[in-house]
Design a binder for this molecule. Structure first.
Ligand code: GLP
Length: 232
């Protein structure tokens, strides 16, 4: 894995956005894999500033909650509309979420994902592939880990119903992306990022599968990279 450590989380997001925007400028028909969560919000803000043409781009989101209406503010479709889709020239029919089946085939049919943006869960999950997920997993319905439900409760109002299940791209699906950008920021991710880097490659830490991918850039701020002393 190719590690890039930046001073701040904004800088890390800016670097990520530059990579994605540069790719889109040379590849107008790009297929992008997109992530949600708090971490990539600044990436999307920066991509919008680049004023890239999205008219021929297709996007494939990593995951979607089960049990929320599509227009619920915490659905990942609503997140993407708010942070990116409503602000660029993308057609809704070119934006895909893993609901309703046939997701992996759809990705294959368009020639695969060119660049997959990933965040990192505090328990080592990527997308909603929780610890114990099979490395052979394809897109499917999953139960969320208690830690993930706890981490994501900050996005829901107190007392509001929070989903405990989701559809997620599988680990094998993610590994088929031609290039992967793993964006990790904040001191609270430092320990799990070290675990990912140090290995072992194990289903106990789903993100460790990325050690087996030949084209991964890890873009981290100093706080998240704190324990990667050999690399900083
Ligand atoms: C969420 C998402 C992931 C995301 C991760 C980290 O649950 N399913 O795709 O990368 O957890 O989220 P955050 O960036 O808010 O820390």
């Amino acid at each position: 894995m190719d590690l890039h450590v930046l001073d701040s989380s904004d800088d890390a997001c800016f670097v990520c956005a530059n990579i994605l925007s540069d790719y889109l400028k040379t590849t107008p028909q790009a297929k992008l894999g997109l992530a949600t969560g708090g971490t990539p919000e600044a990436v999307y803000r920066s991509i919008i500033d680049h004023k890239v043409d999205f008219s021929q781009v297709r996007t494939f989101n990593l995951d979607e909650y089960i049990g929320l209406p599509e227009n619920h503010p915490q659905s990942y479709r609503a997140y993407m509309e708010k942070h990116l889709f409503s602000k660029v020239s993308i057609a809704t029919e070119n934006t895909y979420f893993p609901i309703g089946g046939g997701y992996d085939l759809r990705i294959k049919t368009v020639g695969g994902i060119d660049i997959q943006l990933l965040g990192l869960g505090s328990n080592g999950h990527i997308a909603f592939n929780e610890p114990g997920s099979s490395f052979n997993s394809k897109t499917r319905r999953v139960k969320l880990a208690p830690q993930t439900i706890q981490d994501n409760s900050r996005f829901f109002e107190p007392g509001e119903l929070q989903p405990v299940e989701a559809f997620t791209m599988g680990l094998a699906t993610i590994m088929q992306a031609k290039q992967i950008l793993l964006l990790v920021t904040g001191q609270h991710k430092a320990e799990i990022l070290k675990r990912v880097f140090d290995g072992p490659v194990s289903e106990d830490c789903p993100a460790s599968i990325l050690l087996n991918h030949s084209n991964v850039k890890v873009i981290a701020d100093k706080a998240a990279a704190e324990y990667l002393t050999a690399c900083v």
